[in-house]
Design a protein around this ligand. Structure first.
Ligand SMILES: Nc1ncnc2c1ncn2[C@@H]1O[C@H](COP(=O)(O)OP(=O)(O)OP(=O)(O)O)[C@@H](O)[C@H]1O
Length: 307
């Protein structure tokens, strides 16, 4: 077993809504995050990611279960490790009229971080040149990177980012991804939650997939992809609409891809061609696509999280 930055066992949290309804947000979550590298914490909206992160950070109390951060039971011994943890759970507040650098200098002074750290963290988040510009002129991606820079001030070993790319354009998403990859490569542990697999697949070393507050799969990206028994195939067929109807009725997930169809969850491609041929629909091209995390995710979380 590798060294773990985070470990939870049987973690559980129930909310009571104002109308008296009970919502089980996290139900018996077992999560292991190895030390070093980027770990994707993945699940559909409402699957319990934010709730789990808030419990780990001691922001809300768990109903049951155990958690450790760097082998210390939390929340009991959180004070011993809190200095090694940086998190962005909600967007921090910065002064709009001050530059990014000035904002960071104020924060550094408040937490007792050396002033030269500010230059380092601006570099680490590729904000170096724009550090002297006013915060209010920053793009959303730059604001988010400044938030990451702020968490880096105290040089934490574990960084926790809850949906850091929400609302960003593709360029902003790429910048955040590169920042996370850089941190992982330096030996930091980065836990990043997301409901969008494509974003995390490219950057994560290991992943945990959750649904309805429970662990559905975990391991290296290759292990999780390899664990699926089915694959995605790309097919060319003249009447795509009719083919979609036939395949959907057979329980397969069909997506349009230009003049082709992508069919997820295929066990035997031959069966698919036979099914279509039975309806006088003839496949003129069939290419098995490497199983990707997206199709594994869709399979694992089918029907999950739509509370
Ligand atoms: N304060 C609360 N009171 C009542 N129910 C809540 C509260 N916070 C979260 N929930 C419910 O708990 C479940 C898990 O929510 P949570 O925010 O942890 O999921 P998530 O995976 O982070 O989703 P998202 O990606 O949408 O943030 C959802 O059904 C949500 O509606």
């Amino acid at each position: 077993m590798p060294d773990l930055a985070i470990s939870t066992r049987g973690l559980r949290k129930t909310y009571r809504t104002r109308r008296g309804r009970t919502v089980v947000a996290v139900q018996g979550l077992d999560l292991d995050v190895p030390v070093g590298g980027v770990h994707g914490f993945l699940g559909p909206n409402g699957s319990g990611k934010t709730t789990s992160i808030r419990m780990l950070l001691g922001l809300i109390r768990a109903d049951a279960g155990t958690m450790t951060v760097f082998d210390r039971p939390v929340p009991a011994r959180l004070p011993e490790v809190v200095g090694r943890v940086g998190a962005i759970v909600e967007s921090p507040k910065f002064f709009p009229a001050f530059s990014g650098r000035k904002n960071l200098e104020l924060l550094a002074a408040a937490i007792g971080a050396p002033k030269q750290r500010v230059t380092e963290v601006l570099e680490q988040t590729s904000l170096g040149e724009r550090g002297k510009d006013r915060f209010k002129g920053y793009s959303l991606g730059m604001k988010q990177r400044l938030a990451i820079a702020a968490t880096l001030l105290k040089d934490p070993d574990l960084l926790i980012f809850d949906e850091p790319t929400n609302g960003l354009d593709p360029a902003g998403i790429r910048e955040i991804r590169e920042t996370m990859r850089g941190l992982g490569d330096q030996g930091k542990t980065v836990l990043v939650s997301s409901h969008i697999l494509a974003e995390v697949e490219q950057v994560a070393d290991t992943v945990s997939i959750i649904g309805h507050g429970r662990l559905l799969a975990s391991g290296t990206v290759a292990e999780v992809i390899g664990g699926g028994t089915t694959t995605t195939v790309k097919i060319g067929v003249a009447d795509r609409e009719a083919a979609t109807r036939v395949l959907t009725a057979a329980g397969l997930v069909v997506r349009a891809d230009g003049n082709y169809l992508l069919v997820d969850g295929v066990e035997h491609p031959a069966e698919l061609t036979k099914r279509l041929a039975d309806q006088q629909l003839y496949v003129n091209e069939l290419v098995p696509i490497r199983a990707d995390l997206e199709s594994v995710f869709l399979e694992l979380t089918a029907g999950e999280g739509l509370a």
